[in-house]
Design a protein around this ligand. Structure first.
Ligand SMILES: Nc1ncnc2c1ncn2[C@@H]1O[C@H](COP(=O)(O)OP(=O)(O)OP(=O)(O)O)[C@@H](O)[C@H]1O
Length: 282
């Protein structure tokens, strides 16, 4: 099942020479990589490496001082964030950005509004079409996204009352309701326990397999990154220091150095694979 066509051949998203500074701090320096349609691409890097700055620049919240962002072959570098969302760039946030006083269903509906074809004038003069779209919208949300993410039982619950793992899932549902071609997930399993992490990993794989949505994520959980990703981009101090297949990136000496302030190679191995059987973690 695919909710949006993947568009032009070639990379779905291309970032080239992206540079961003906050006063004297260079958050991004000439960052470049491509996201292939149907792939799962992960951006990793130590704290402060520039991952969130990169996400905010791709989705249009920050304006880069140099470089470009191309989506489906089109230059979108100067496009405001809502236009990018309407084109098919959906995203979730590191700190959940849901309307906590609203229900799950209402939060998801807000995501879908980025895509409604009816504008205000249309709505005034062609109420029939608006109502049809509303009905389709409800069916779409209820039958597909809610079922898919297994949140049927909480559709009328207030978001504020939900456990963290479920709130993250609702945020993903809202992003999916935008019918994105690419789903950008900012730390999708941060703060989750092992079971919640495994559930979310399964949903990410299913989003790609069943909905044909390309995934770009920032994530600190190295086990998940290495298990799920086709392509890994490593940032350090705002620069891409390595990129490639997970196995290739793990062996890269620059990546090892970037992650190893302590010089302890075992630390990196644990970050990538978790503790070995019987191993005590300090
Ligand atoms: N709004 C801002 N104003 C000033 N400096 C900022 C701002 N946002 C980020 N920075 C700086 O830019 C650099 C990159 O930060 P960023 O948050 O993008 O890194 P990150 O890789 O996402 O870190 P983390 O893993 O801790 O979330 C850091 O030096 C940070 O202090």
């Amino acid at each position: 099942m695919q909710i949006a066509p993947s568009g032009a051949a070639g990379p779905l998203l291309e970032v080239d020479g992206l540079t961003l500074a906050f006063g004297g701090v260079r958050a991004l320096s000439g960052v470049g990589f491509a996201v292939q349609p149907g792939s799962i691409t992960a951006v990793i890097g130590p704290n402060g490496a520039g991952k969130t700055s990169l996400f905010n620049t791709i989705s249009g919240f920050y304006r880069p001082s140099a470089g470009s962002v191309r989506f489906c072959g089109k230059d979108i570098t100067r496009l405001p964030a809502p236009r990018r969302a309407a084109l098919g760039l959906g995203r979730s946030f590191q700190n959940i950005a849901l309307f906590r006083g609203m229900t799950v269903l209402d939060n998801i509906k807000l995501g879908r509004h980025a895509h409604l074809k009816t504008n205000v004038l249309d709505a005034l003069f062609y109420m029939g079409r608006a109502r049809r779209e509303e009905a389709e919208l409800r069916a779409d949300i209820e039958e597909r996204i809610i079922d898919f993410l297994e949140i049927d039982h909480i559709r009328h619950a207030s978001v504020a009352a939900l456990p963290y793992g479920l709130q993250k899932r609702v945020e993903m549902a809202r992003a999916l309701a935008m019918q994105p071609q690419i789903l950008m997930l900012d730390e999708p399993v941060a703060g989750m326990n092992r079971e919640e992490t495994e559930d979310m990993a399964r949903f990410i794989l299913d989003v790609r397999a069943e909905w044909g949505v390309t995934v770009l994520m920032v994530e600190h959980d190295m086990g998940m990154v290495m298990d799920l990703s086709d392509h890994v981009v490593v940032l350090n101090f705002g620069e891409v220091i390595a990129q490639g297949a997970p196995a290739q990136v793990q062996r890269d000496p620059e990546v090892v150095r970037a992650y190893l302030g302590s010089g302890d190679v075992g630390d990196l191995r644990r970050r990538f694979h978790g503790p070995a059987a019987g191993e005590k973690v300090a």
